[in-house]
Design a protein around this ligand. Structure first.
Ligand code: SAM
Length: 290
């Protein structure tokens, strides 16, 4: 008899929670075995919320019903995938990070003849456009190659278009100014002629960017980088998966390479904290020392 059942009087609430956990783990196992998408080590509370939402969205009574549907219907799986990845992003998100990057990392990047930067989990590309603008203003863009990766193909296609909703531009202009931007933000884009709700960023900002599918759960390192940005991605992973990704980044960074993670993420407990020195703890910016 399982530990759970041997507990003589589990509360109804506890039984419900345990049932839900079993259903979710079976769903994630089913998705992995049927489609190869591995969400088994994503942070439980967050994936649980998204699955509950997707179950309602697909008009189903339970997570088990969702499992049955996705096993038989790839379209339903596509829909579920859209709910499982969170694409929220913005240009110059956390402006102070970009400002610190300008003052503390740019001088170091000037010492290299060429630089490689990896944006892991780049979503719809706003972070990448921000980096291209920063590098252009700091005279580093011509010698830079930016690798922008994500598991979400639709997000990558949007990123490649260089288009952004016009409604976000006021906020992005403010972010740009707070991040230490040295030009005029409006010089970097024009209103899209086919779709007036969007602006199109100057093509040159994507000339040095290579977009590709890459899964941090299952894929390996593919180059050696001077900078890795992986912000607001590991927050959705459990401790074990965060450790795997930190190992991947440690393998992928050059000596004294720079790692940027999200403001609500931590390098502590990753098992790799001793391999880095802080550039700025408050901005979650580190340099690899060994
Ligand atoms: C919240 S967005 C963060 C975007 C950007 N880095 C930022 O901070 O604004 C998280 C992104 O991580 C991507 N992602 C989730 N799991 C991933 C994985 N296993 N491998 C690569 N990307 C992943 C999602 O598709 C999503 O685009």
């Amino acid at each position: 008899m399982s530990d759970f059942l041997s507990n003589l009087h589990p509360s109804t609430e506890r039984i419900d929670e345990e049932r839900q956990r079993i259903e979710i783990e079976l769903l994630l196992e089913g998705i992995y075995r049927m489609y190869g998408n591995d969400f088994r080590d994503y942070a439980y509370d967050s994936i649980c919320r998204r699955i509950t939402h997707a179950t309602k969205q697909q008009g189903l009574p339970s997570v088990t019903a969702l499992l049955e549907r996705v096993l038989h219907d790839p379209d339903s799986m596509e829909l579920l995938l859209r709910s499982l990845t969170i694409n929220v992003t913005e240009m110059f998100r956390t402006p102070s990070l970009f400002q610190t990057f300008r003052t503390k990392v740019v001088p170091f990047l000037h010492t290299y003849p060429s630089i490689r930067i990896w944006h892991a989990g780049c979503s719809t590309g706003e972070e990448v456009l921000s980096m291209s603008i920063l590098l252009q203003e700091e005279g580093l863009y011509e010698k830079a190659r930016i690798y922008a990766t994500d598991i979400d193909q639709e997000a990558l296609e949007q990123a490649q278009s260089g288009r952004v909703l016009i409604g976000s531009m006021q906020q992005y202009t403010n972010n740009y100014m707070m991040s230490g931007g040295t030009g005029s933000f409006s010089d970097y884009y024009s209103v899209n002629s086919e779709d007036g709700n969007k602006v199109t960023f100057n093509r040159s900002l994507l000339d040095h960017v290579i977009f590709a599918g890459h899964n941090l759960v299952t894929d390996q390192s593919f180059n050696e980088f001077h900078v890795i940005f992986c912000r607001n991605v590991m927050i959705y992973f459990n401790r074990k998966l965060q450790q795997r990704v930190h190992s991947l980044f440690h393998d992928s960074l050059a000596q004294f390479g720079v790692l940027a993670i999200g403001e609500r993420e931590t390098i502590r407990f990753s098992g790799f904290e001793q391999y880095y020195e802080q550039i700025s703890e408050s901005e979650r910016l580190y340099t690899k020392i060994k």
